[in-house]
Design a protein around this ligand. Structure first.
Ligand code: ADP
Length: 671
């Protein structure tokens, strides 16, 4: 076995590889960019090597720097993780030349599967079923258009070098094809440096089912069953599970066999995933093979009880696969939710910032968190905004689902927008609960998953108010400490009044909606009234905590958490019964008057690069017309006219870098 390995990656996957290596007694070397100098993977590794600036093109993607780091530290092998250099042939070659073991498949397999069109050709020859489409070399736009017309709409245009759901366009009508092709090629060039595309028939209501395969250098190859990754948003996986609901033994065996054949056809070694797209009737077509460890590999680990990174390391040293096909078994059901710093209410826009509060569920054999960050860490604009993967196991699907809902309730993030509540609703929604899965699930359940108006229950506002009242008391008590008349009734700040109890209105705002709460101070409790509901409220902090409160509302008692943020602690994050709400405390002592009219503002939602200007300066535009395209966090974001009016000027040109909050245009709103 290796004594020391280098992990050419960052974030959760680097941490995850380090964990297994450490358990196996293998020393680890991390690499890091400027932005990651204090990152968790650097803290966890035995050694770490700085490889350059924050931009991935200048650090994590620079082959020479990674090889030099491995040589300098004496690492015998490199684990590439996923993304970055994991499927890069040149990197594989460079490792060979430097006499370093690449923990992954041989160059030939990466090459064969690297292009979706090449892979389809090969798989067709090996007899693996394929989606109807065109995957040839002719890239003439008119010819491709003709092919799409022949296949009949809807079709998908896919970047041959694409991955991660990027470089894909759905085209529903022939007249939309030319524009979709241009946009797909633009994204393909900027993301993968290659604008070769293929055309595929778009399967309606499909499921994404993939098979985990594993091969050793001695010619053995097994499949470790399937994962269902149908729950996707814009072709990106959101929730994954194993096994796939409704999978029959025969179909599993057929898909497993096809996957093993696919792997054998390219002389595969190591961990790989063969992705299929399946019709609701169960028929399936080969989509592509990923020649690396997948993001969602933990669900396979949970149902098989195996450590796939351990298998990778063993296979890389030349050992045989630890188990044969007959020895492999599925136990129970596992689910993984990808927790992202993104705002579901703003079109899932990535969010950056410091994780000022982060608490996670209690970890056990059934609940696992794979993460690259801890409280206090930063989600930077340079990399994928993933916060963590939450993985749970249950004896059956519904137990796993309920455990996931519970674990999500205990995953509490403050500091960046995040999708935890969205994931909870996803697990609760009818389609998911009934395992009515297909890639359109999120779209279908949109009204439930992304409500226009959120309800803010009384108890949420009451908890925020209780926290505020206790905090006020704590501050005034602190002021009394040491005063000679500390015990005098004049020094006690409990809101006591002669004749009548004190009464005040506490104002909170949720989104655009004001939530005034009337509070009457009683002896050791408060009467609180909101929207005509009146309750007696009492409570205090849970022992040892400054965030967690026990609150009694009438006859009910419940625990919740309040995290305050902002200069005057005016932004209150309330976690209660698995839901989280952000309440703005409107403090009458602190208010600001702004004379700036914001109606025409178009602000950069995050740091990024301007890649296209779409409107003509001087033109009158309807509200919602596209203005410009920003590329940020590896995605394209189109910004629109904020109102009907005139575009006076662009403040940035194509290629310019913009900062979070920059005013991008001068826009005159029509009165
Ligand atoms: P990537 O490499 O970017 O992940 P894939 O080829 O694996 O791209 O496809 C990603 C997702 O796009 C699939 O999981 C599926 O939801 C959808 N998809 C891909 N091909 C088709 C198709 N022919 N019809 C319908 N949906 C498809």
């Amino acid at each position: 076995m290796f004594k020391k390995i280098l992990i050419a990656n960052r974030g959760e996957i680097a941490c995850r590889v380090i964990k297994t290596a450490r358990r196996m007694g293998i020393q680890t070397v991390a690499v890091y960019s400027d932005a990651d100098a204090k990152a968790r993977h650097v803290r966890l590794a035995d050694e770490a090597v700085h490889i350059g600036p924050s931009a991935v093109r200048e650090s994590y993607l620079v082959i020479e720097k990674i090889i030099a780091a491995a040589k300098a530290t004496g690492a015998e092998a490199i684990h590439p993780g996923y993304g970055f250099l994991s499927e890069n042939e040149d990197f594989c070659h460079a490792c060979d030349e430097a006499g370093i073991v690449f923990i992954g498949p041989p160059v030939f397999a990466i090459h064969a599967m690297g292009s979706k069109s090449e892979a389809k050709k090969l798989m067709g020859e090996a007899g693996v079923p394929l989606t109807p489409g065109y995957h040839g070399d002719n890239q003439d736009p008119e010819y491709l258009h003709g092919q799409a017309d022949a296949i009949q709409y809807p079709v998908l245009i896919k970047a041959a070098a694409g991955g991660g759901g990027k470089g894909m366009r759905l085209v529903e009508r022939s007249e939309d094809f030319p524009e979709a092709l241009i946009s797909c090629k633009r994204e393909a060039i900027s993301s993968f440096g290659d604008d070769h595309v293929l055309i595929e028939k778009y399967i309606t209501q499909p499921r994404h089912i993939e098979i985990q395969v594993f091969a050793d250098k001695l010619g053995n190859c097994v499949y470790l069953f399937e994962r269902d990754c149908s729950v996707q948003r814009r072709h990106q996986k959101v929730l994954e599970e194993a096994p796939a609901p409704g999978m029959t033994l025969e179909r599993r065996a057929a898909m497993g066999k096809a996957a093993v054949e696919a792997a054998k056809a390219v002389g595969y070694v190591g961990a790989g995933t063969v992705e299929f797209i399946a019709n609701q009737d169960g028929t399936f077509y080969f989509m592509e093979m990923n020649t690396r460890l997948q993001v969602e590999h933990p669900v396979t680990e949970m149902i098989t009880g195996l450590d796939l990174v351990e298998w990778q390391l063993k296979v890389a040293t030349g050992l045989p696969l630890p188990l044969t096909q007959d020895q492999l078994q599925i136990k129970g059901h596992a689910m993984e939710a990808r927790i992202y710093a993104e705002d579901p209410d703003k079109g899932f826009l990535p969010s950056t910032g410091r994780l000022i509060h982060l608490s996670t569920p209690v970890l056990s054999d059934d609940v696992r968190v794979d993460t690259g960050v801890e409280e206090g860490d930063e989600i930077s604009p340079f990399y994928d905004p993933m916060i963590a993967k939450l993985i749970v196991w249950g004896e059956d699907r519904d137990t796993a689902r309920l455990k996931m809902i519970r674990a999500l309730a205990d995953y509490q993030v403050v500091g960046v927008a995040n999708n935890v509540s969205f994931l909870t609703r996803l697990c609760e929604c009818e389609s998911f609960a009934n395992a009515n899965l297909d890639t359109g699930l999120i779209e279908r359940e949109k009204a439930f998953l992304l409500p226009v108006q959120y309800e803010t229950p009384f108890e949420t506002v009451a908890l925020a108010a209780l926290w505020k009242l206790l905090e006020e008391k704590r501050c005034s008590d602190a002021l009394r400490v040491g005063l000679a008349d500390a015990t005098s009734p004049w020094s006690i700040s409990d809101g006591w009044r002669l004749n009548f109890p004190a009464k005040r209105v506490m104002k909170f705002r949720v989104g655009e909606v004001d939530k005034p709460l009337t509070v009457v101070y009683q002896r050791d409790c408060f009467d609180m009234e909101m929207d005509g509901q009146l309750f007696t409220v009492k409570g205090g902090f849970v022992a040892g905590s400054v965030h967690e409160l026990q609150i009694n509302i009438g006859a009910f008692s419940v625990k919740g958490k309040v995290i305050a943020q902002g200069e005057y602690q005016e932004k209150l994050h309330v976690f209660l019964k698995g839901e989280s709400h952000v309440l703005q405390w409107i403090d009458p002592l602190h208010y600001t008057i702004s004379d700036h009219d914001h109606a025409g503002d178009v602000l950069a939602p995050m740091p990024g690069k301007v890649i296209a200007l779409l409107a003509e300066v001087g033109a009158r535009l309807e509200k919602g017309k596209p203005l410009m395209v920003l590329e940020a966090m590896k995605m394209e974001h189109t910004l629109h006219a904020p109102a009907t009016g005139t575009l006076k000027a662009y403040r940035f040109a194509v290629g310019d870098q913009v900062k979070d909050g920059d005013e991008l245009v001068e826009f005159e709103v029509e009165s």
